[in-house]
Design a binder for this molecule. Structure first.
Ligand SMILES: [Zn+2]
Length: 485
């Protein structure tokens, strides 16, 4: 079992990381005496952000703008129904076959790919997100921290280190030992029955108001419990941190039965996201074989497009580009519509040495899906590959006016400037990308390179000077806060 990040987050909140021996604990904010007085929402956000910096560098981090955009769309649709809708959320995924999902301080909610694949319907996936969102809006984390008390601090510290280390530790034995130690301590920090009941009840309200089938929650939790019996002492991580009692299932059942039945179809996006994740599991050959078998048996219950899309993704991964192209042709014949199909089609053209063809697909798709970030990222990359650097720059400049906080867009602009040989702008854009990811030291380093580049005009140079001063000031403030007392 992978240890649960949630409990680690709780520990860090107590602000006693000074003696932590591992590098992972460095750079985490020491919250000093204030943390013991009160665990404020601003403090929660800061801790969450700090843990996210480690998570984004973890090999398990799923850096897929399509999967993440999907999770954020469905998560924010649920969160918008919450009475405490001022809370900001960020949903993300970790490549991990175990069934788990967790909420961290500050509204960061992670879902393992294993859980997304185990969900039988979109409502089931939504029910897990709704439950996690409710833990956040009800501030269960803060309440757990306040309850944990001083006596447990030393063992909690061990857990914080174990949790952050186990996932990326190259030494599996050490990782496993730490994980075991972590699991033992973690049991003290599981959500209480009261918190679970509250998260279930509020979660059901969010599900219903967002138009999902509330039966998804009962169905999924019951299936998780069955998994638990199969694994015996190695129950899904989710059940360890969200204890599922008979009483809890009965309470859920009663509430669900009292509501009118509502059939909700899965969205195309849900089916495509699952197919994409499945295509990346195991060996590429196995993935191809599985999708081919599903097509042969016609066991796709009306979702032929998703199976063909999954097969095309698996074939692409397996290097069978012509066969993948044929499946995209089938998707066109089925008149399947999704931005995910366009990015796949473009990727295939690109892999076959036709960047101009890829550009054409994405240019046509962009006005049809103006909100889709993956289309813009793909278009910027293919324009660069096709040598259309000025077009890339124009697109990038326009795009950043609408999405100034998009780190990936700044990084792509940096690559564009690099191709144009504009060093000041290249390093400035990269500095903005790092700053948005919370990596201020790297941002300052890049901004200093921009300052020294000597190839900017007066206006550009002054802008760099001003941003560098701001960044250095922020870095100094952070260093002051992190200094051990
Ligand atoms: Zn829970």
């Amino acid at each position: 079992m992978k240890p649960h990040l949630l409990a680690g987050a709780v520990v860090l909140a107590i602000g006693i990381v000074a003696a932590a021996p591992l590098s992972v604990a460095e750079g985490l904010p020491d919250l000093g005496e204030a943390a013991q007085a009160e665990f404020s929402p601003a403090m929660e956000r800061r801790i969450g952000e700090s843990i996210m910096q480690d998570i984004r560098r973890d090999p398990a981090w799923l850096d897929d703008p399509e999967v993440n955009a999907y999770l954020n769309r469905i998560g924010n649709r649920l969160a918008a129904q919450s009475p405490e809708s001022r809370q900001e959320f960020e949903f993300f995924s970790l490549r991990d076959p175990t069934l788990n999902a967790f909420a961290m301080p500050g509204g960061y909610i992670g879902v393992h790919t294993g859980l997304i694949l185990a969900a039988n319907s979109e409502s089931e996936l939504a029910s897990v997100l709704a439950h996690e969102i409710s833990h956040v809006t009800q501030r269960h984390l803060a309440r757990l921290v306040n309850k944990a008390g001083q006596g447990q601090i030393s063992s909690l510290l061990a857990l914080a280190v174990a949790i952050l280390a186990a996932r990326s530790s190259p030494d599996l034995a050490v990782g496993a030992a730490m994980a075991g130690q972590g699991a033992a301590i973690q049991n003290q920090l599981n959500y209480s029955r009261d918190f679970e009941r509250e998260a279930d009840r509020l979660g059901l309200v969010l599900l219903e108001r967002s138009g999902f089938d509330i039966r998804g929650m009962g169905g999924f939790f019951e299936r998780l419990q069955k998994f638990g019996r199969i694994y015996e002492n190695n129950a899904p991580g989710y059940l360890r941190t969200h204890p599922l009692t008979t009483e809890r299932l009965a309470d859920l059942g009663n509430r669900i039965q009292s509501r009118p039945y509502r059939q909700v179809a899965d969205s195309m996006e849900f089916q495509l996201v699952r197919a994409k994740l499945r295509a990346q599991e195991g060996t590429s050959r196995d993935a191809v074989t599985e999708f081919e078998a599903r097509l042969r048996d016609r066991s796709f219950a009306g979702a032929e497009a998703a199976v063909r899309y999954g097969l095309a993704q698996a074939l692409l991964r397996d290097g069978k580009l012509a066969a993948a192209e044929r499946e995209v042709g089938e998707l066109r014949r089925l008149k399947a519509q999704s931005p995910m199909i366009e990015t796949l089609a473009a990727q295939l053209r690109q892999k076959q040495g036709d960047p101009a063809g890829a550009v054409k697909i994405l240019r046509e798709a962009q006005p049809r899906y103006p909100q889709e970030r993956a289309i813009v990222y793909g278009l910027l990359e293919t324009l660069l590959e096709a040598g259309l650097i000025q077009d890339a720059l124009k697109l990038s400049e326009d795009d950043l006016l609408s999405y100034p906080s998009d780190a990936r867009a700044h990084a792509l602009q940096s690559r564009t400037y690099a191709r144009l040989g504009k060093r000041l702008q290249q390093h400035r854009a990269q500095a903005e990308a790092y700053a948005l990811l919370g990596q201020l030291a790297l941002a300052v380093e890049q901004m200093e390179l921009a300052q020294k580049s000597g190839d900017g005009n007066f206006y550009e140079q002054s802008r760099v000077d001003a941003r560098l001063r701001e960044m250095k000031q922020r870095l100094a403030e952070e260093a002051k806060q992190a200094k051990p007392k």
